[in-house]
Design a protein around this ligand. Structure first.
Ligand code: NOJ
Length: 478
């Protein structure tokens, strides 16, 4: 299964207001069908003050007017299904927006300090204390992320019931599954004990203040299975559920009982080095339910993290792994970061205080200046272009990043069998899937790699039993 992540604000704008919307997604379904993806995941589209790019939800059953309406979601699900593409939504069960009516009207659904002030040393993921004083004068509330995102109390069965109903609601609109946000934060220590100082970095490369602590009590508590069971019950057995569990894969099993998959962050954050990549793959394989991803809306674009010259090999590696694979919008064009929040713009919504706008720029559809087919208006952030051109240009150019991703998705359909013989030799990572051998030269020099059959995909030259610098290929013995 290949899932394509759409960041709705930056995908395509149909109504000319400079902000991407559901009409824009519908208008470009042909691109997703051309790539051959199986599913499309929309980052949050619910009404939101956008303090955290929509991950601060003010109404779980609504659609933000900037993006469209509930009817637009229904239409999009139906249109996507005509292309054989499933629609997945992002659900944020850990916290709401501080503007959600529940926060004013049903405070018992949230986590409160038992004292008049922070009861412990917990820090927010983006820095600062994880406790803030309630603007309505009811004491201090917990927020694992921004202060605008109060944490729901998953020890209150009403929360599980409400959230299960939310999933059932979207299923009734034609949605096939969900990406579930920040599951490691659902349950906290009931005694609210202090987190100890960290002795090793966490897996998520967070804010230094957050990383200074080991999140022993502020996250990942036993009993979370009940929460996941409620989400599964609401979604239905046939829904696809993938969890964002920001923990080492070894701690995923308690989350996976009721999920189809969880993201493997070891591979996501692995340096472009054969040993590190192999370790990442091994960590994911151990859960038996890994889904693989190399970039998303939270971290610098792949080209910036591993080097542009490795992007083609990364696509080949990602798309030959067994199990669900996630591509972030623009990955297929080999897009890089943009400049982020415009100079002089206030550090306020819709811009991100944690500095992630640079990874979320609108994408180019056509060569046409000034906004490359993204909008007829003024884009909320300027459109970032790729060295190899817009989607239209890349689709028409053999050997372009987009054509390569498309070819790899097609090749993926012919790969079967588990991943076997994972090997690292002299900077070359290799493994076997049935009759196919995948080999990735992660180094900047040619490396010997004995031919194992006919080359069926390659990101560059291969000759005389060598893989050229940075080249990855797939060979077939049949
Ligand atoms: C993970 C999401 O990917 C990120 O964008 C968001 O800020 C946090 N969860 C909080 O919801």
């Amino acid at each position: 299964m290949v899932v394509y992540q759409v960041y709705p604000r930056s995908f395509a704008d149909a109504d000319g207001d400079g902000v991407g919307d559901l009409g824009g997604v519908a208008a470009h379904l042909d691109h997703l069908a051309w790539l051959g993806v199986d599913a499309l995941w929309l980052s949050p589209i619910n009404p939101s003050p956008m303090a955290d790019g929509g991950y601060d939800v003010a109404d779980y059953r609504g659609v933000d007017p900037a993006f469209g309406t509930v009817e637009d979601v229904e239409r999009l699900a139906a249109a996507a299904a005509e292309h054989g593409i499933k629609l997945l939504l992002d659900v944020v069960p850990c916290h709401t927006s501080i503007e959600h009516p529940w926060f004013r009207e049903r405070p018992e659904l949230y986590v409160w300090s038992p004292v008049d002030g922070p009861p412990n040393n917990w820090r927010g993921t983006f820095g600062g204390p994880a406790w803030s004083e309630d603007p309505h004068g009811r004491g201090w509330y917990l927020h694992s992320f921004y202060p605008e995102q109060p944490d729901l109390d998953w020890r209150n069965p009403e929360v599980a019931r409400e959230m299960g109903d939310v999933l059932a609601f979207w299923r009734s609109k034609g949605v096939a599954g969900f990406r579930l946000d920040a599951l490691q934060q659902l349950l906290k220590d009931p005694e609210l004990r202090d987190d100890p100082a960290a002795t090793a970095p966490s897996i998520m490369n967070g804010h230094p203040e957050h990383e200074a602590l080991e999140h022993r009590f502020s996250s990942d508590q036993p009993g979370v299975e009940a929460a996941l069971r409620a989400l599964r019950a609401g979604a239905g057995e046939d829904a696809f559920l993938v969890g964002e569990v920001g923990l080492p894969s070894g701690r995923h099993p308690r989350y996976l009982e009721h999920l189809d998959a969880s993201f493997c962050f070891e591979l996501f954050f692995a340096a472009w080095d054969a040993e590190a990549l192999a370790a990442g793959i091994r960590a994911g394989l151990e859960t038996g339910k890994a889904s693989w991803v190399l970039s998303n809306h939270d971290f610098p674009r792949l080209a910036e993290r591993i080097g542009r010259h490795h992007v083609a090999a990364a696509a080949l590696l990602l798309l030959t792994l067994p199990g669900p694979v996630f591509l972030f919008q623009g990955d297929e064009l080999a897009l890089g970061n943009g400049p982020g929040r415009p100079a002089g713009a206030p550090e306020a919504p819709p811009y991100d205080r944690a500095g992630r706008d640079a990874f979320r720029h609108p994408r180019p559809w056509t060569a046409e200046a000034p906004h490359h087919g993204f909008t007829t208006g003024t884009p909320w952030l300027e459109v970032v272009t790729a060295p190899e051109g817009s989607a239209a240009e890349q689709r028409a150019t053999p050997g372009s990043p987009a054509r390569r991703v498309r070819d790899l998705i097609a090749l993926r359909r012919t790969l079967d069998g588990p991943l076997e013989d994972l090997t690292v030799r002299d900077g070359v990572l290799s493994f076997r899937r049935g009759d196919h051998v995948i080999a990735v030269n992660t180094t900047d020099a040619p490396r010997p790699f004995p031919a194992a059959g006919a080359v069926v995909a390659s990101t560059g030259d291969r000759s005389d039993g060598h893989l050229a610098a940075g080249v990855a290929n797939v060979t077939s013995s049949v």
